[in-house]
Design a protein around this ligand. Structure first.
Ligand SMILES: [Zn+2]
Length: 417
């Protein structure tokens, strides 16, 4: 018996060893098969280095002024389904408060991975942040981004639903520097003889601020809806909307904030650099006193006090302050959607926190221009819509759209006052 033991052991070990070897082979192949790229509209990533299935990546700041850091990334992982690759950011953390946004349908829809998926590691003075990235079973890729992107393809999908609506008109405002068509959407009362006032909406002066465009889409949907709110809008009010002010930045995947030499929201000067801004100023100013309201829609910084909420940014002109407060009060009162908005916590008057004159030294902003151009308008200013979390509530494409409907209610109440 004793003499047989080594033989039995050998027999027992051999199949296990073979199985182990077979299992190892596909893993070696799989490791080679993972790829990361950003070669699609809105894509942005810099692969710093790769160690096996671990990718050290960073936001690609190609458009940005030297020395400025921003947090936009949007990349695609391709490779074997069901096995995790590890994504690592070093030195600065560009992951928002709900973790990365994830898409498994080619960037059409997104969910939050959750910040609990993120691991913070410290080695000496170096800090890194990582999360497991998985291509789900049955899929060939997954995308990961700072927040749910809103690209030309998203606008196209919305237009496919609404483009035959007689209360919507899509025009070309101008061509971008790279010869892309820049959309101008007009919605509501399109009979010029009946229009009592025009509401101007803009987003993506900073290309990465996608949640603002989901909210803009929500406003436009409300204006076109077959209900009481939509009918009141269409009776005598018109919206002129510029969803992609920095069209090239949006489609090329630039982050766009503090773009070199100045960004689109510091370009409202005598000689604008960007054709979109020049065309928007010219067209809007041709409407003169018909402009009753101008709202420039943004997303704030990555996280922290003012960045985890929706708020109105007050302008420097005292004559607009009372009108701002009235609009803030209206919005707080009519809000029905899931994104909170409280008059006491969601208004940043001029001179408070970052909202100081020094912040606008690089050039005139859309808000400042609109207050100069339309002194009698009921409101001219800026809203910041949090990327991921608004006073604790989850921000998603859908909740941002529903906030857009709240904005449509509040704007209407404010201009009919
Ligand atoms: Zn912005």
């Amino acid at each position: 018996m004793l003499g047989l033991a080594p033989l039995l052991l050998h027999v027992a070990v051999a199949p296990f060893g073979v199985a182990q070897e077979r299992a190892r082979q596909p893993n070696v192949a799989a490791r080679k098969a993972f790829t990361i790229d950003a070669d699609y509209p809105g894509g942005n990533v810099r692969v710093v280095r790769r160690e096996g299935d671990t990718f050290v990546v960073a936001p690609d700041l190609r458009d940005t002024q030297p020395g400025v850091w921003w947090f936009y990334y949007n990349f695609r992982l391709r490779g074997p389904a069901g096995q995790p690759a590890t994504i690592v950011f070093e030195d600065r953390n560009p992951i928002g408060v709900r973790g990365p946004a994830v898409s498994v349908d080619g960037g059409r829809t997104w969910t939050w991975l959750g910040y609990e998926a993120v691991t913070e590691s410290k080695t000496g003075s170096k800090t890194s942040w990582s999360f497991p990235a998985v291509v789900p079973l049955g899929a060939t890729e997954a995308r990961f981004a700072f927040a749910p992107p809103y690209q030309q393809s998203h606008l196209r999908e919305w237009l496919n639903v609404h483009q035959d609506n007689p209360a919507l008109k899509v025009e070309e405002l101008c061509r971008s520097r790279k010869d892309r068509a820049v959309e101008l959407l007009r919605a509501g009362c399109l009979d010029e003889s009946r229009v009592k006032g025009v509401v101007l909406l803009t987003s993506r002066h900073h290309a990465c601020e996608s949640i603002a465009t989901y909210a803009m889409e929500g406003i436009l949907t409300a204006v076109l809806a077959e209900d009481e709110l939509g009918r009141r809008w269409r009776k005598q009010w018109q919206i002129a909307a510029l969803p992609f002010t920095d069209k090239d930045g949006v489609e090329d995947g630039d982050q766009g904030k503090n773009r070199s030499p100045h960004d689109h929201n510091r370009d409202y000067n005598d000689k604008p650099l960007y054709p979109e801004v020049a065309a928007w100023m010219k067209r809007s100013q041709s409407l003169g006193p018909k402009v009753v309201f101008s709202l420039d829609m943004h997303c704030p910084y990555i996280r922290g006090q003012w960045n985890d909420r929706v708020y109105i940014v007050g302008g420097a002109k005292p004559e607009f302050m009372e009108r701002e407060r009235e609009f803030v009060t209206s919005l707080a009162r009519v809000r029905q959607g899931p994104i909170p908005f409280h008059a006491s916590e969601c208004y940043l008057p001029h001179g408070v926190a970052w909202n100081k004159t020094a912040n606008y030294a690089a050039g005139r902003s859309n808000g400042a221009w609109s207050r100069d151009a339309f002194p009698d308008a009921r409101f001219c200013g800026t809203i910041e819509i949090a990327y991921a979390s608004a006073l604790g509530e989850e921000v998603t494409a859908d909740s941002a759209r529903r906030f857009g409907r709240d904005l449509a209610s509040a704007i209407l109440e404010h201009i009919e006052r």
